[in-house]
Design a protein around this ligand. Sequence first.
Ligand SMILES: Nc1nc2c(ncn2[C@@H]2O[C@H](COP(=O)(O)OP(=O)(O)OP(=O)(O)O)[C@@H](O)[C@H]2O)c(=O)[nH]1
Ligand SMILES: [Mg+2]
Ligand SMILES: [Zn+2]
Length: 362
Amino acid sequence: MHLSSLGWDDSFALAFTPFSASDFVPARVALEHKHAYELLSADGALTAACTGRLLHDATSRDDLPAVGDWVVARLRPGEARADIHAVLPRSTKFSRRAAGDTSAEQIVAANVDIVFLVTALDQNFNVRRIERYLTVAWESGAQPVVVLNKADLHSDPASARAAVAAIASGAPVVALSALSGSESGSVADALGPWLSPGHTVAFLGSSGVGKSTLINRLVGRDQQVTGAISDAVGKGRHTTTHRELILAPSGVLVIDTPGMRELQLWDVEADTLDHAFADIASLAARCRFRDCTHRAEPECAIQAALEDGSLDFGRWQSFQKLQREQAYAARKADPRLARESKAGWKKLNKQARMTARMKGQE
Ligand SMILES: Nc1nc2c(ncn2[C@@H]2O[C@H](COP(=O)(O)OP(=O)(O)OP(=O)(O)O)[C@@H](O)[C@H]2O)c(=O)[nH]1
Ligand SMILES: [Mg+2]
Ligand SMILES: [Zn+2]
């Protein structure tokens, strides 16, 4: 298999150069077990583990391989096993605060070009949740696409789509049904514009919204186990238990993820919030005082917009909540680690966004 079919590109090749002289091979993380990884390489599938040195040198979870990562591997002679020596710099990464742990970063998926944020048009439909997902997605560097699944359960999917488009800061919004397709045809047709061979797409969203069902439509067979959830509130069990990267017959690389019960922000920059809530940012710029707290100041554009209904109160609350979380996460992060990793990440994220833009223009 050619590496470009797995998403390899010039920037990864460049990062791999220092390793290319010896018997190292590049490979992509498809599945993560507790202490082992399944990798895809030019020579096929490999089972691998991190070297003791990589584990020892890691200062945080962020330094270890995650699904979607490109790693530097070395085959053990005479065995179908490999050792992972290094993780190549990520073009994008989707992180959240690990559930139950306020200070640990969990990488949900790495090197993702397009992230499908899936919600269901059922009784759990929640615009505020979509805002939260979008904020994290913008920060990841991947291009978000909002997918409203289970359109067959909604009386007016087009109006739901319009309501979401109004808060999506320019991200495309698609309404469809994994069971019956969409106005424009099959699931593959509806998501077609974002499914290019060699590109990586990830499906994210709460448990039971139909991520795995959608992926099965794209892959053309029941590759992923799907299941009905036991209760409507979404507290039920997760059918998908592992993050996994799958190569679809069409050539697109698809990452399935288990539903996330909580999506706490990790390391979201203030300007990402301003991008996700561009309407609020532009209102705030019109307040009389630059440091307006939007509570009781005179000539506050936010208060005025809330009063005349042009700014939805729920959206304003959602923004404030995410802002508090963002500030909390920023304080909580170890200042030394933050300093070290931020500079590098900023640069990488910028590069990633530029690459994504260039890809889009091709
Ligand atoms: N009515 C309807 N049901 C759907 C649709 N898509 C998925 N479902 C059903 O929703 C249930 C959950 O689907 P899954 O694909 O397992 O959901 P998931 O998002 O992968 O869930 P986790 O793996 O737990 O995160 C299954 O019973 C599916 O058959 C749809 O478009 N319409
Ligand atoms: Mg699933
Ligand atoms: Zn104000």
